[in-house]
Ligand binder design. Structure first.
Ligand code: NI
Length: 400
């Protein structure tokens, strides 16, 4: 994995040269955020820039947003993929930056604008280094990371992973200083099962409960019992969480509700638990509903596998990052029960998602993800772009 030193010099040099333009792309994207599956202007902007940079834009058959583009080296060879998500959040920006969102109630508060700029930067650098690699680099700009069922599986259906040998992704990290990255081998993020439970009873007068099946008291028992799945049915050394984020039912104080909808999510860090959790939720709900004479439906909204990074790919990233920027800049990514649909790509091909440090207290870039004051340090674009390029040249380089 040792590459000639001048490769790293060249990558750092070009990444520095394109940085001012990269910042302009990022600020344009930041000012024009779009929600999941509605990323039309974002898609048009990316397509235009990709064409200008000399990448080939691959037409999508079904998807209305998102872009796949390719850059080929000096001769044929394998395919390496780099993925960026592109969607923003329904948040009203209060960061105070001069390029803040121009769209009220929409904000790039998870840094996906930074991801897009990092990957566009990689296109810009690699388009000037085609003699350094053979084969194809495929850039996947994926919509709808934030909202299940997510854009990853539809992108895979469009052929995003065709012939892919390895895939790289990143997520900015406002808890990690600019200049650092973090990696973790194996399971890093949780499996996700997003589901709705609809409890059907039969309504009536509040004063005549014996003539009804009260869906609200039944739903309350379901919520309570499901909490005992994690505490009583799962090995306590295995992390899992089941949360209901929304409960809806009923119309008036004196009317017994005939229907309640519970909106929930179940997370875990093991593929085995990921399979078991939905069945345990269904069994518990069925038992309670049977006891109370109610009926129910369980609607599965999305299911993502655990996100598991490949150790071999991490070693390649770490080696390249050290050769680019020296030792002592790599931390270990903490495990979380958060989900990420990049896991769907890693289920199919080897790869890794690294965290890119964007924390810089001097510019107040230290607020958490999804905060309305989220700020990312744009200097980090150089580090992320350089690592993507070095990793691509390492896998596809002709000098190896
Ligand atoms: Ni995100």
């Amino acid at each position: 994995m040792k590459q000639p030193r001048d490769t790293f010099d060249e990558i750092r040099k070009i990444a520095g040269q394109i940085h001012p333009e990269q910042v302009r792309w990022r600020r344009h994207l930041h000012a024009h955020p779009e929600l999941s599956t509605q990323e039309f202007e974002t898609t048009a902007f990316l397509t235009k820039q990709l064409r200008t940079l000399g990448a080939r834009v691959v037409p999508l058959r079904k998807m209305k947003t998102g872009v796949i583009a390719e850059l080929t080296g000096h001769c044929p060879g394998p395919v390496v993929a780099i993925r960026s998500d592109i969607d923003a959040l329904p948040i009203c920006e209060k960061s105070g930056v001069p390029f803040a969102s121009k769209i009220t109630g929409r904000m790039h508060a998870c840094g996906h604008d930074m991801h897009m700029a990092t990957v566009l930067g990689a296109v810009a650098v690699l388009s000037q280094m085609r003699e350094r690699f053979s084969g194809t680099v495929r850039f996947i700009f994926q919509p709808a990371e934030e909202v299940p069922p997510g854009g990853a599986r539809p992108m895979i259906a469009e052929g995003a992973l065709k012939n892919v040998k390895v895939i790289f992704g990143l997520h900015v990290d406002p808890t990690l200083a600019t200049g650092k990255i973090s990696l973790r081998d194996g399971v890093t993020m949780a499996s996700v099962c997003d589901f709705d439970l609809i409890i059907h009873g039969s309504g009536g007068h509040a004063a005549r409960p014996h003539t009804t099946v009260d869906s609200i008291t039944c739903a309350a028992e379901v919520v309570d019992s499901i909490q005992k799945i994690v505490s009583r049915e799962i090995d306590p050394i295995l992390p899992a969480a089941i949360t209901f984020g929304r409960i809806e039912g009923g119309t008036a104080r004196n009317v017994i509700a005939d229907r309640v909808t519970l909106t929930g999510t179940a997370r875990s860090l093991s593929p085995e638990l990921a399979r078991r959790l939905p069945a345990l939720i269904r069994r518990t709900t069925a038992g309670i509903c049977k006891a109370r004479g109610a009926k129910f439906e369980m609607k599965e909204i999305a299911r993502y596998p655990v996100l598991s990074n490949h150790a071999r790919v991490n070693r390649l990233l770490a080696s390249n990052y050290e050769q680019l920027f020296g030792p002592g800049k790599i931390e270990t990514t903490p495990v979380v029960l958060g989900g990420e649909d990049f896991a769907c790509y890693l289920e199919k091909v080897p790869g890794s998602m690294f965290r890119l440090g964007v924390m810089n207290k001097k510019i107040k870039a230290d607020k958490p993800w999804h905060s309305d004051r989220f700020i990312a340090d744009e200097q980090a674009l150089i580090f992320g772009t350089s690592l993507f390029c070095a990793a691509v040249v390492d896998v596809l380089g002709k000098d190896r």
